[in-house]
Design a protein around this ligand. Structure first.
Ligand code: SF4
Length: 459
């Protein structure tokens, strides 16, 4: 078994039995579950809205090359520079060069999963550049030395008491501080960082080719400060973030807000179309947009998996997933966790090391049911399993087991020959791990076929 898979199983066993961990995430997901139905009330037909969003993303992804070129042409006209990065190394190198040019020692960052994907903070630290997370949840995670736990709510697994304790340890504050006091402490600290930073780095929720702009959605105003205070703004965005036109935002903004946090619309929605123009009084002197592939074109080339590029990272599928709710986000050991993470990680990284995530699903279909853009997530998980087998990544033991199973199922006499006790022995002793977390399986002495015949022999 691959190390990634055995690590996942080991962590899952621990987390699933950790009742306090489950209490905290179920409490936080419960609050989300309570408000999402209220957010959905803003749509006269929420199913049609999701269907329409799916069609718009289909259109964007099917013409991705043209959309991205149009974006580059339009945003370049307003003075921004577009950098195409095939992988994390190219993206990091581009950022390093900009930092060098700008003589940068300090960076403020707003929440961005793409920067997690390329491990930007570690890279900057190695180059002696301070990079401070300005989203409160991300700031908490950075203080704790942990990656985000959830794509929308980075510190979802922490209670307010956990955060107070962390601040007390790291910042010497009152261990009984209230959430309001904690927020003010973070705010006080972060405001100073904005004034020192030479560069601000953000992600992008949407890329809009029609106007050559990016759209950013946030609740704290920290992304706006990150864009507008430092003299240089760097955007890092996955190439799949395209929506064709400005008008599409009228659907995607409420959809992202409702499926992400249950809001009707997120507090701050910003469109950026370049650096400060001559007649403008604020904004950065320079703006760079790094368009990151990093495995996304593998998904684009795969006709079945392509629809996973429609994802708007609302996080709804994580909140709905019974596996995520038991094992939590860090167990996945991947940037993107939950159902969408299990679908895309094997393609963004590699199938052999990450296929196990696609098996961590009950295939209940709840993820598909809640997805803001109606991605058939559970079918894509099955498709990943299929692809892994086609690529020959299943073990010899598994291949043999299925071969024997097939032979047995095709020959009724063989099935009837095996007694109940023989089946019990095979399942309870040969299937490794079956009994560890389940009760013993007890087969009846006679097969279903024999029982059926007996019952109907006089009919
Ligand atoms: S797959 Fe769907 S539900 Fe999951 S994060 Fe993406 S858009 Fe949201």
């Amino acid at each position: 078994m691959k190390e990634t898979a055995s690590g996942f199983i080991a962590k899952s066993v621990i987390k699933a039995a950790d009742k306090e961990h489950r209490r905290k995430i179920n409490f936080n997901i419960g609050k989300y579950d309570a408000v999402v139905p209220q957010g959905k009330e803003q749509f006269s037909n929420v199913h049609l809205a999701r269907e329409k969003a799916k069609n718009i993303k289909w259109k964007a992804i099917e013409s991705l090359d043209k959309q991205l070129e149009m974006f580059e042409a339009n945003i370049t006209k307003r003075g921004a520079k577009v950098i195409w990065a095939e992988d994390a190394t190219q993206a990091l190198e581009a950022i390093r060069k900009i930092c060098e040019e700008k003589n940068c020692r300090s960076i403020v960052k707003s929440k961005s999963m793409v920067t997690e994907e390329i491990h930007l903070n570690d890279f900057l630290e190695k180059h002696g550049i301070e990079s401070v997370e300005t989203d409160l949840g991300e700031y908490i995670q950075q203080l704790d030395g942990e990656p985000p736990y959830h794509i929308v709510t980075p510190a979802m697994h922490k209670s307010k008491e956990d955060v107070a304790k962390l601040f007390a340890e790291k910042l010497g504050t009152d261990p009984k501080a209230t959430p309001v006091e904690l927020t003010l402490i973070a705010r006080y600290f972060l405001r100073e960082k904005y004034t020192q930073a030479e560069i601000g780095i953000t992600g992008a929720n949407f890329i809009i080719p029609e106007i050559g702009g990016i759209a950013i959605t946030e609740n704290e105003g920290n992304a706006r400060l990150t864009i507008s205070w430092p003299k240089t703004h760097i955007v890092i965005a996955g190439i799949e973030k395209v929506i064709p036109s400005m008008a599409d935002l009228s659907l995607f903004w409420p959809l992202l807000a409702t499926f992400g946090t249950g809001q009707r619309v997120t507090v701050y929605n910003t469109i950026v179309t370049g650096p400060r123009q001559e007649n403008e009084i604020d904004g950065p002197d320079d703006m760079f947009v790094i368009l990151l592939d990093n495995g996304r074109t593998n998904i684009l080339a795969n006709e079945k998996q392509r629809e996973s590029l429609y994802c708007i990272r609302c996080g709804a599928c994580l909140n709905a997933c019974p596996v995520y709710k038991n094992i939590g986000g860090h167990t996945y050991a991947a940037t993107y966790s939950g159902p969408i993470g299990a679908v895309i990680t094997p393609h963004l990284k590699n199938m052999d090391d990450w296929k196990h995530l696609s098996y961590a699903s009950s295939l209940c279909g709840n993820c598909t049911e809640v997805c803001a853009v109606k991605i058939n997530l559970h079918e894509l998980l099955l498709e990943n399993r299929h692809e892994a087998v086609e690529l020959g990544y299943n073990s010899f033991g598994e291949k043999m087991a299925w071969k024997m199973w097939k032979q047995g199922m095709l020959r009724r006499k063989w099935m009837n020959m095996a007694s109940g006790s023989m089946k019990n022995w095979i399942v309870n002793n040969l299937l490794k791990g079956w009994k560890e977390h389940r009760g013993k399986l007890e087969f009846p002495n006679k097969s279903f076929n024999e029982l059926w015949k007996e019952k109907h022999k006089n009919i």
